[in-house]
Design a protein around this ligand. Structure first.
Ligand code: RIB
Ligand code: CA
Length: 306
């Protein structure tokens, strides 16, 4: 039994590894990728999504370009973490195809609306596309099978003491998304910083053929996430939560996004035990099981890539 997902992302090193996980995991069908400005500009996130999906053998998966800037305020990026290309030290063959015509916001509405209850939406970048989609079509919140984000933190941030990058980069979008009436499954720093690509993990990636030598290892080799001693594959955790839900523990909470704080903009203010929860917040991860699953998924994908 597989779960059909749409992945809205900003590749981005860990987004790229999340795409590879989604392509490789036997219980996930990656139906489409939408891109958004985030780690790097949307032209680069789109080219990276095309290149990674082709490199991993998923050239039939449509890629649709999305928003180039946050709803309000200046565009913020994370080139200091992901490098100018957005893929760290990985240099993949340039994609042979283009992004599909149209805009990601319309694609999300049309694709999810055509199959109500069947598609899980996973967002691993700033929530600009998702916010505009759910504002344009509020029924989207009831059409999704599930909605998962990599974003937020119930504690410290990674861009400021208060904010995680995806929320910080477009706090107004995140506020709209958490207020849209669905239950947001929030895979935040609380768990993603417990699943680091340690030297031991990275040595196991050498068993993943060209996937390891051309993408996983060179990408991670230049990942500069200041919040962690080793690279954190944040976005892989979000996709893995769809494929392997038992790896994570959750608690219901009301999550509200700070948008006005001079020092706290982008903070996900989390109230566990609230009488009106809008989120299922990941509070624990079995990091050993996570890496066993991720590495076996990458090994299987590498074998399929030939
Ligand atoms: O804070 C980590 C998140 O921000 C990840 O999704 C990473 O790719 C960046 O987008
Ligand atoms: Ca991302």
């Amino acid at each position: 039994m597989s779960t059909t997902i749409l992945l809205d992302c900003d590749p981005g090193i860990d987004d790229a590894l999340a795409i590879a996980f989604a392509v490789g995991h036997r219980s996930i069908e990656l139906a489409g990728i939408t891109t958004v400005a985030g780690n790097v500009g949307v032209d680069k996130t789109t080219v990276n999504a095309l290149a990674v999906s082709e490199f991993t053998g998923a050239k039939a998966v449509p890629v649709i370009r999305g928003c180039a800037a946050p709803l309000l305020g200046a565009t913020r990026d994370a080139r200091d973490v992901h490098g100018d290309s957005g893929l760290g030290g990985a240099v993949l063959p340039p994609p042979a195809r283009e992004a599909e015509p149209g805009h990601a916001v319309d694609y999300l509405i049309q694709t999810i609306g055509a199959a109500p209850g069947e598609i899980t939406l996973v967002a691993t970048g700033p929530l600009t596309n998702v916010a505009l989609a759910v504002r344009r079509e509020p029924r989207l919140a009831g059409w999704v099978r599930d909605f998962v984000i990599m974003g937020g933190s119930t504690g410290r941030g990674n861009v400021t003491p208060a904010a995680e990058f995806n929320i910080w980069a477009d706090p107004e979008a995140a506020s709209i998304v958490f207020g849209a009436g669905w239950t947001v499954r929030m895979i935040g720093l609380d768990v993603t910083l417990q699943a680091l690509a340690t030297p031991s993990v990275r040595s196991r990636m050498r068993e993943c053929g060209a996937l390891g030598s051309e993408l996983l290892l060179p990408a991670l080799s230049q990942y500069r996430d200041s919040a962690a001693s080793d690279p954190a594959v944040h976005d892989v955790c979000a996709v893995a939560s769809v494929a392997e839900p038992s790896v994570f523990g959750y608690a219901p909470a009301l999550v509200e996004v700070e948008t006005a704080g001079r020092l706290t903009s982008g903070m996900t203010v989390t109230s566990f035990g609230s009488g009106s929860p809008n989120a299922s917040v990941a509070t624990s991860i079995d990091s050993g099981a996570f890496w066993d699953i991720a590495l076996s998924t990458y090994r299987e994908l590498a074998a399929a890539m030939g």
